[in-house]
Design a protein around this ligand. Structure first.
Ligand SMILES: Cc1cc2nc3c(=O)[nH]c(=O)nc-3n(C[C@H](O)[C@H](O)[C@H](O)COP(=O)(O)O)c2cc1C
Length: 204
């Protein structure tokens, strides 16, 4: 990149952060919510909402169960898409890229800061597997809570190996804003084959 050309990736991330901060400043329920789409190797797609915990040069970070449906799909096919819709800001942001697991130390640090009930839930919930009844899960949590010191030989709850963070390393980030008469505006930042980030408009 020559000195006069703007750093398009930095620009896209700065725009993303401005929206995210504004969403968080309002009274929106779950301003960190984003739709995460994953796919199996044979092209069956699934989508669900997860919470964005961090966004920066290293990627878009979320936490989940590695053995969940999304975890299994990401293990087979690490490409995924995120979609944010903040109605109050009249904005949609789409992000696409490759997903990788966070270093274990990062997941440990995040897990250690979670409330105890959420920590116990991460052990007790076999995410995406059939469950006899909601009471069954509550009972597993209650039992684990009572036995935690013995089971973990510690007063704190360690992170289960099946639970942790992922980061989506963006290859494309698109901002959508409404325009008059549906002449909406779409601005795409994407990494081209040469690894440079470019900026273009798309037809709405
Ligand atoms: C607002 C909201 C936030 C959520 N945040 C998370 C999250 O951060 N991590 C997570 O694993 N599931 C989260 N969920 C639950 C997921 O949508 C989903 O039910 C779960 O992860 C299982 O998905 P899977 O079976 O496709 O793996 C959230 C759901 C909602 C509605």
């Amino acid at each position: 990149m020559d000195e006069s050309s703007p750093d398009r990736f930095a620009e896209a991330m700065a725009r993303f952060s401005a929206y995210w901060n504004e969403a968080r400043a309002g009274d929106t329920w779950e301003p960190d919510a984003m739709t995460l789409a994953t796919a199996t190797l044979d092209g069956r797609v699934s989508a669900r909402v997860v919470l964005l915990k961090q966004a920066g040069a290293a990627g878009f970070v979320f936490y989940t169960n590695y053995e969940s449906r999304k975890g299994r799909e990401l293990a087979a096919n690490p490409y995924a898409a995120l979609c944010f819709f903040w109605p109050r800001l009249r904005c949609q942001v789409r992000v696409e890229g490759r997903v990788e697991r966070l270093p274990e130390a990062d997941s440990d640090a995040y897990f250690a800061g979670r409330e105890r009930l959420a920590q116990l839930g991460a052990w007790a919930s076999k995410q995406s597997q059939p469950l006899e009844s909601p009471e069954e899960l509550e009972q597993r949590v209650t039992e684990l809570d009572a036995q935690a010191e013995r089971v973990f030989a510690s007063s704190s709850i360690p992170r289960p190996a099946h639970w942790g963070g992922y980061r989506l390393v963006a290859e494309a980030i698109e901002f959508w804003m409404p325009g008059q008469g549906r002449l909406n505006r779409r601005e795409l930042y994407r990494r081209n084959a040469g690894g440079e980030w470019e900026y273009l408009y798309l037809n709405p």
